[in-house]
Design a protein around this ligand. Structure first.
Ligand code: NI
Length: 156
């Protein structure tokens, strides 16, 4: 496993549409491992392929309930709304208020290319929406209500 460099806002790779993954290769397995390592190292709850320079439809998420890999994910249902703070590893030290659904149901493939469905509420719903937006070249900053503001991180 290895840490990958996280691409920062303004990098054109974050504005591109990602391609679907058709099969799990050793390179994809390595990418998944590296994405988790990079995400945990940065204390993030989610990371999308383009954030490590890979234009493929893959995200890793961990909202505290364990690691979740989503390959070729799609939101198939959403409802409700939640308004709250959001940040992104590609824009460290910043946060902004974004309204998202508070329930989503998504379909994706796991690291063995098995199709599954997942329901997410609250933070997981927010994380799924945020990460899937990255796969189509979108950042949460496009949705921020009001101004972005600085956040201070406390050391673990
Ligand atoms: Ni992000």
């Amino acid at each position: 496993m290895a840490l990958r460099q996280i691409r920062m806002a303004g990098d054109p790779v974050l504005e591109k549409t990602c391609r679907e993954i058709s099969e799990i290769t050793p390179k994809i397995r390595e990418l998944i491992d590296d994405m988790f390592e990079t995400m945990y190292e940065a204390n993030g709850v989610g990371l999308a392929g383009p954030q490590v320079g890979i234009l493929k439809r893959i995200v890793t998420i961990d909202t505290g309930e364990g690691p979740l890999v989503m390959i070729n994910p799609e939101i198939i249902e959403s409802s409700g709304s939640q308004t709250g703070e959001e940040g992104c590893l590609s824009l460290p030290g910043k946060a902004g208020v974004v309204t998202r659904p508070d329930y989503v149901k998504a379909r994706a493939f796991d690291e063995e290319m098995r199709e599954y469905e997942i329901e997410g509420r609250d933070l997981l719903a927010r994380a799924i929406c945020h990460e899937l937006d990255h796969l189509d070249g979108h950042m949460y900053t496009e949705l921020v209500e009001g101004e972005l503001h600085d956040v201070q991180y406390t050391e673990d």
